[in-house]
Design a protein around this ligand. Structure first.
Ligand SMILES: O=C(O)C1=C[C@@H](OP(=O)(O)O)[C@@H](O)[C@H](O)C1
Ligand SMILES: C=C(OP(=O)(O)O)C(=O)O
Length: 432
């Protein structure tokens, strides 16, 4: 049972430096790649969020030894070809990334596996992954012909495909590439709009040869990954909440170090700059396979913008908090081409619009996004998170500028990606 938390921060301002937790996408992949490779892989900066712990749990059930000490993880694997057939169902919790990428990985093994997740995962579409994997020869069964969990996979010998992506999705692309590891021939994935490229970068880091050019990724099957060290940068999707808080909470200045600014993820920086935010991006020189920067944001006047087209996949998870930002910007902000929001942990178009309207925002839903007129003063209300961490965090940041308390039904769900979220709010308030 989740409990209601009353959030109210009268005359708040945020000051200071925080280190946002490790990137969720990269943390998942570090455990997956470290489990595929034979030997010892070490990870630093790992995200101890529930989603990434679900990934660890799944690989332990496949016979991989995984030790977690603080944010350091040690993965000792017998190699993908020597995994054990699990006697239990693999539980992927709330994590779409775990479920979809695992489907690709498991399809090319010799094992029989069953995966399931929580109620939200049970509603999210899996055919977008199952269909291309079936073209590779994968044997996948599930409700509605493999659309919904629980999913059963009978591992088999796969063959490579040349696949043009019908939706911009790094999860679909990654599942196909990971299946391609054990497929005969060269797997090719073509993207019209570039989605996050952490899988491609990490394949290279684990010693694989992969060609990437102009939206086409080509990868020859049969390559062995080499165990290595992965240094996970801070998650820009988590930093996004404090970038927006710093921009809209009067008198704030927030500094975040070691934030991953991979161009396929960093769309929110461009949006903030277009809206007139006082943001400084100082690139760090850490020679890692993912670029990082120190981000400093100060409160400023903001103007509306349009967010559409190729930038959408580069900020898809940040749209709930961008919507809150737009309620404080002068003019009409339009977000379009973002229909993918409907198939996240909840329907994020409906959830964002419903909850921000309760606070007095002038926002309406469209088929593929939302229209927001600003600026509007926000007041308190009873809000729902819908079990969705990003909706919960958007509501908590709104409480920093609302004129009366926000009662949020479920703050526990925030632990999926940002377990130290409220500690960071408190720390920044105390410095002010
Ligand atoms: O590959 C990944 O790690 C992710 C890809 C995105 O999903 P889609 O592939 O469904 O766009 C994103 O929304 C999710 O939070 C993480
Ligand atoms: C959509 C998200 O994650 P996933 O698809 O892994 O559940 C998210 O973190 O916003």
């Amino acid at each position: 049972m989740s409990s209601t938390t009353s959030l109210y921060y009268k005359n708040a301002s945020l000051k200071g430096t925080i280190t946002v937790p490790g990137d969720k996408s990269i943390s998942h992949r570090s455990v997956m790649f470290g489990s595929i490779a034979k030997g010892k892989t070490t990870v630093s900066g790992f995200l101890l969020g529930e989603d990434c712990l679900s990934t660890i749990d799944c690989f332990r059930k496949l016979g991989v030894e995984i030790h977690v000490e603080g944010t350091n993880v040690e993965i000792i694997s017998p190699g993908m070809d020597n995994w054990e057939e699990p006697k239990e169902v693999l539980y992927t919790g709330n994590s779409g990334t775990t479920t979809r990428l695992m489907l690709g990985i498991l399809s090319g093994t010799t094992l029989h596996t069953v995966m399931t997740g929580d109620a939200s995962i049970g509603k999210r579409p899996m055919r977008r992954v199952a269909d291309p994997l079936r073209l590779m020869g994968a044997k996948i069964a599930g409700r509605d012909n493999g659309q919904y969990t629980p999913l059963a996979v009978q591992g088999t010998q796969l063959r490579a495909i040349d696949y043009t992506m019908p939706v911009a999705s790094a999860q679909v692309k990654s599942a196909i590439l990971l299946a391609g590891l054990r497929a005969a021939g060269t797997t090719v994935v073509r993207e019209k709009e570039i989605s996050r490229d952490h899988t491609e970068r990490m394949l290279k880091q684990f010693g694989a040869h992969i060609e990437v050019a102009d939206g086409v990724v080509a990868f020859k099957g049969g390559q062995q990954l080499q165990a290595t060290h992965v240094n996970v940068p801070g998650d820009i999707s988590s930093a996004a909440f404090f970038l927006v808080a710093g921009a809209i909470v009067p008198g704030s200045e927030v500094v975040m170090k070691n934030v991953g600014v991979n161009p396929t993820r960093a769309g929110i920086i461009e949006v903030l700059e277009k809206m007139g935010a006082e943001l400084s991006v100082k690139m760090e020189d850490n020679h890692a396979s993912e670029p990082t920067a120190t981000l400093t944001i100060r409160t400023s006047d903001l103007k509306a913008t349009t967010v559409e087209g190729e930038i959408i996949p580069r900020l898809i998870d940040e749209i709930p908090i961008i919507a809150l930002l737009a309620t404080q910007a002068k003019g009409t902000t339009i977000i379009r081409n973002a229909e993918e929001l409907k198939v996240k942990e909840t329907d994020r178009i409906t959830a964002v619009v419903t909850e921000l309207q309760k606070l007095g925002a002038n926002i309406e839903a469209t088929d593929d996004g939302m229209i927001i007129h600003g600026p509007t003063k926000l007041h308190g209300a009873k809000l729902q998170a819908y079990g969705d961490h990003r909706i919960g965090m958007m509501s908590a940041i709104a409480a920093l500028i609302s004129s009366s308390p926000i009662d949020l039904d479920d703050t526990e769900c925030i632990a999926v990606s940002y377990p130290t979220f409220f500690e960071h709010i408190e720390g920044l308030l105390n410095n002010a």
